[in-house]
Write a protein that binds this ligand. Structure first.
Ligand SMILES: *Cc1c(COP(=O)(O)O)cnc(C)c1O
Length: 233
């Protein structure tokens, strides 16, 4: 098999996305707002991921524990690892050491397991709580009306620290849900809960990152627009 060695399309996509991010920021946000561009790596070959790192990407988003474990040894060392996929409690132990941030905490049970594994290795694990803003049965995430109670429970745990919220809004009516999510984020911020920070709103993917920036996103998670269509889902 011929190895793909030219990743010029990644350079072009990277520059275009950065430009569009800047455009959205200039239109809707303050000049000194920082918005992080995460590259979502699911199904993408490590060589292509490394090319994105060479372009300037500093945050990688991983969805699957198994896939991450098989690819991590090939990654360049200069990017942070974030876990963004649905996380089973029995897999937490395999990733807790490597992850700068886990975006997908949506239950006390999962938070307790992360707390336990982080305690074991002497780390405080930074996490986001995932909110199912559209109330879709097919999606993970805590319901908006159960969010505050979950945050209160996590705030009692010593080795897990909430840094913000994450969401995957429904495709239909996207902007409405982005707006709702911004309201939820600002509402929780204003409550100033002990041991809970609202510094990161992880929101926006290939199809809606400019709109997500409009509604306060601080981190966009981009796969397809950077690497091209995935071969499998
Ligand atoms: C796959 C995925 C993305 C990226 O989606 P694209 O539409 O390919 O940009 C972002 N966030 C999560 C949680 C994902 O699973």
């Amino acid at each position: 098999m011929q190895m793909e060695t030219s990743f010029a399309y990644i350079d072009e996509n990277y520059k275009r996305i950065l430009y569009e991010m800047e455009e959205a920021k200039a239109k809707y946000r303050k000049p000194d707002d920082e918005i992080t561009f995460m590259a979502v790596t699911k199904t993408v070959a490590p060589e292509a991921v490394n090319h994105a790192i060479e372009c300037g990407i500093r945050v990688l988003g991983e969805n699957r524990v198994q896939e991450y474990l098989s690819k991590k040894q090939f990654y360049l060392p200069n990017a942070q690892m974030h876990f963004i996929g649905h996380l089973q409690t029995n897999k937490v132990k395999y990733i807790v050491e490597d992850m700068e941030l886990i975006h997908s905490v949506d239950s006390v049970r999962l938070a307790a397991e992360i707390d336990k594994q982080a305690t074991r290795i002497g780390k405080v694990q930074n996490v986001l709580v995932e909110v199912n803003v559209g109330g879709e049965a097919s999606k993970s995430g805590v319901a908006p009306d159960a969010l505050e109670e979950l945050l209160l429970e996590i705030s009692q745990m010593s080795h897990i620290h909430v840094k913000g919220l994450m969401t995957i809004p429904p495709i239909e009516g996207d902007e409405k849900f982005l707006f709702q999510m911004q309201k939820i984020y600002l509402d929780i911020s204003s409550k100033k809960m002990d041991n809970i920070d609202m510094e990161i709103l992880s929101m926006g993917m290939s199809g809606d990152f400019a709109a997500a920036i409009r509604y306060g996103s601080t981190m966009v998670r981009i796969g397809t627009a950077l690497f091209g269509a995935r071969k499998y889902v």
